[in-house]
Design a protein around this ligand. Sequence first.
Ligand code: SF4
Length: 446
Amino acid sequence: MALTGVQIYKFLPKTNCKECGFPTCLSFAMKLAQRSTELSACPYVSDEAKQNLEAASKPPIRLITVGTGKKKIEVGNEVVLFRHEKTFVHQTGIVYRIKDSDADPVAKAKEAASYTIERVGIDMSIDGIAVQNDSGDAAKFAKCAADIKAAVDVALILISSDTAALKAALEVIGDDKPLIYAATVDNAEAMIELAKEYSCPLAIYGNGLEEVAGLTEQATKAGLEDLVIDPATRGYCDSLTALTQLRRLAIKKSFSLLGYPVITFPGEGAESADDEAMLAGMHIAKYSSIIVLDNFLPAIVYPLLTTRLNIYTDPQKPIQMAAGVYPLGEPTPDSCLCVTTNFSLTYFSIAGELESSGFPSWLLVCDTEGLSVLTAWAAGKFEAERIAKAIKDFKVADSISHKKIILPGGVSILKGELEDELPDWEILIGPREAMAIGSYLKQNWS
Ligand code: SF4
């Protein structure tokens, strides 16, 4: 049972030292009760108090790992219902389902696992392959899983209702800690034993939340904690309702039997590949931890990967570029020098336009803590002094033979101050929008 802020406060040192980032121990306790901070933020909590506060500081949704190494999927550990309250922690794992009866399952796995797109400097791809025992043949299923494991470096999910087939597959890929799917009321005991024997996470499939809670209770009593829930709802309305209830019960009511990541199969409730994509997008937003796709098409996966990136980017920590001087299109010392901020979207907008402008360029990126040009200027983080310092720190003079710098048009107001900071430089005012930089250079840079 979660503790209230006042109950937590009783265990804190009550010195109001502020080292946790909050003005008083009481405000820290209130935030801890809301799970908006972590107990480790206070360095002065005694071991005894830590034990008592464990329930309050424990994530309401257990962290589960599927797979091993670099390509493992980590899901759970979420502490809020809405992203704006804090952030979502572990992004939804996107997995592609392949059946052992498919023609050339290894080729399908390779095609899906090798698909990568780059956005704002981040390479994105799917996270796993689910291998389904569609043939009913245990040996064929095990071979298919082993072949896929050998061919691709992603997390695996093994899908079968036959424990003998699962055991055969686990014998060959058990060390990879695949997710076993799934324990039901009919086979729970055997599935739980299998998951324990191979130390793998287990999916729980229950018709309704009550049945799910009964199965998770059975598993935890047997000593198995690494669980993933499938509430057996498909389609838009039912799955949204079930996933929202699960998240609410885990986070708001601290109902630990439902405090596990959730797996969904949007293709099973869809009428077409497009429909599956829309359902998958909804599940990424609310609140699926792993989605298993039946259709692998770039036109489907691309928007899902970008949706996931947008939702799981911490709104308090914008995606940033490293500050520095970036060469775009093999510039020479005579090439133009533009300046911008280190907000990734800003950088990639201007960099893309410069690269396609036909003018090889230098782009000076100032550290503005990830803020865009106007926001950074308004916050006092993109000003003349900082630009002048960046020119010096990054030894811009070593790269160029002139002393001209192009300011974003939106901050032309900085021209005078920058002339004071850089008296022997010519300060040019570029366009307000990145898309106009090409025509600006045609007219103003020879
Ligand atoms: Fe209180 Fe600990 Fe925060 Fe200091 S760091 S104000 S002792 S909760």
